[in-house]
Design a protein around this ligand. Structure first.
Ligand SMILES: Cc1ncc(COP(=O)(O)O)c(C=O)c1O
Length: 455
């Protein structure tokens, strides 16, 4: 298909947006929205410029940036072609199973929301509002309630080995907003290129692209993120339990990653999304504790309490605090105050850690059963990433079609994700099995059913 005539492209310039940025955004939206499909040949930069009434420099720069971000395949002396794009959907080409047909839900990204301590939360919310001084009903510090920032500084230091000054904490609406904010901070400081784990979470990739950064994938092996050969202004990584492979960043890699960041002045963004759930003896402290000036630490209540709270926190290097606060103000003028105050109460009273001990024990039993069931029903396949979190990776042979396997599983009423759904250039094959939502007594029948599908 060809799009030689560019009259279909609607240029709608936002306030303070440069022409180049507007052209780039219009093309990107046409690609991600599906109007420009993979393989479509675009008009030359000259023809596009004429059609839009802009200079050729504007269109060729927009094309070059989109090629750098992977949306276009640039060809020497030929017009660009729309590339196979990274889609934000975690299951891009899977037909949803009819409602009620899913018997076993092994979605990896969510915890068991029924474990949320509703009564304790309600009591904390009641106290948070009942005991609040009138000024806390007003707009507050955009970085968040000082009670929570201080309680987190103590908790993260004690439990995660992080070095936290409450002045450097910004409370955000989950990791999602934390990463969005950091991507914008980086872009505002002139950063051009971010490095992300490949495989990784597609939505995180999209956040950097939306902020205007070029994004490069970096492979992951059994020791976590491969640091050699990395180039960029920032890297987003999940050291405690890589998503989705579950690899734990090894000691040598942790040191290499920090040395790399210090050497080139880059920022490491540490997504510590499920580190509270560790099952082995050894503790893996946050990377931030080893390099607070090179690492922005991002934590969340999504796994420990529930995703619907949309409550997370970012601990920043001193040089980024003012810019992050400015952006948080632009985004939403600060997160809702009372859930923050309620969480501060749970942290201070020790309730939060008691809750974590309870749910950790539940997840540990589910995980142990899962490992035993996989060992019993699928003994020839390796299981990785068992040390932490609420998901594991079941490796399939390199030539297996893991998406087809996930689709067959879905038709059999078992919801799992294929590793390749999270991949960009990486070629590993496997199934990502979440045990967060799986009741203990369902683990064995779920894996027996999965083994029949794979058999
Ligand atoms: C890698 C990763 N980071 C963070 C999160 C949590 O995101 P949020 O805090 O926005 O709910 C998830 C959820 O599954 C995740 O997989």
């Amino acid at each position: 298909m060809s799009a030689d005539d560019a009259s279909w492209l609607h240029l709608d310039r936002r306030p303070r947006e440069t022409l180049r940025a507007a052209v780039e955004r219009a093309l990107r939206e046409a690609i991600t929205g599906g109007a420009l499909r993979a393989g479509t040949r675009l008009p030359s930069s000259r023809r596009l410029a004429e059609s839009l009434g802009v200079s050729r420099g504007v269109t060729s720069e927009a094309y070059a940036r989109l090629a750098g971000q992977g949306f276009l395949a640039a060809r020497a002396k030929a017009t660009p072609v729309v590339a196979e794009v990274w889609t934000a959907s975690p299951r891009p080409d899977r037909a949803p199973a009819p409602v009620g047909r899913i018997r076993f839900d092994l979605t990896a990204t969510t915890p068991d929301v029924t474990l949320f301590p509703a009564n304790r939360w309600l009591a904390a919310m009641r106290a948070a509002i009942g005991q609040a001084p009138p000024r806390s009903f007003d707009y507050g510090d955009v970085r968040g309630a000082i009670e929570l920032r201080e309680a987190l500084a103590d908790y993260l230091g004690r439990v995660r080995g992080a070095v936290v000054d409450a002045e450097r904490v910004v409370i955000v609406q989950g990791t999602a907003q934390g990463i969005d904010m950091l991507a914008r901070v980086l872009a505002a400081r002139g950063a051009r290129r971010a490095v992300l784990n490949d495989p990784g979470l597609p939505s995180q990739w999209d956040r950097f692209v939306e902020a205007g950064l070029e994004v490069a994938g970096q492979p992951v092996d059994a020791e976590g993120l491969v640091v050699d050969g990395m180039h960029g202004d920032a890297v987003l990584t999940t050291p405690a339990h890589q998503f989705p492979t579950g690899a734990v960043l090894s000691g040598p890699r942790r040191r290499a990653l920090l040395a790399w960041a210090r050497g080139c002045g880059a920022l490491v963004i540490e997504d510590d999304y499920d580190a509270e759930f560790r099952y082995g003896q050894e503790s893996v402290p946050a990377l931030q504790g080893l390099g607070p000036e090179s690492v922005a630490y991002v934590g969340t209540a999504s796994k420990t309490l529930m995703p619907a709270l949309r409550l997370g926190w970012v601990v920043l290097p001193a040089t980024l605090v003012a810019e992050a606060a400015r952006l948080k103000n632009l985004l939403d003028a600060g997160s809702p105050t009372f859930p923050q105050r309620a969480l501060a109460i749970l942290l201070r009273s020790g309730e939060y850690e008691r809750h974590l001990r309870r749910v950790r024990a539940v997840y540990r039993r589910r995980r142990d059963r899962l490992i035993a069931a996989l060992d019993g029903h699928l003994p020839s396949l390796a299981v990785e990433g068992i040390a932490a979190g609420v998901h594991v990776l079941l490796r399939l042979p390199k030539d297996a079609d893991d998406r087809a396997a996930a689709q067959r599983a879905e038709r059999a009423g078992i919801r799992v994700a294929a590793l390749s759904e999270f991949a960009r250039a990486s070629t590993g094959r496997g199934l990502v099995l979440g045990f967060g939502r799986l009741a203990e007594e369902d683990v064995e029948p779920a894996i027996a059913a999965l083994a029949r599908v794979l058999g």
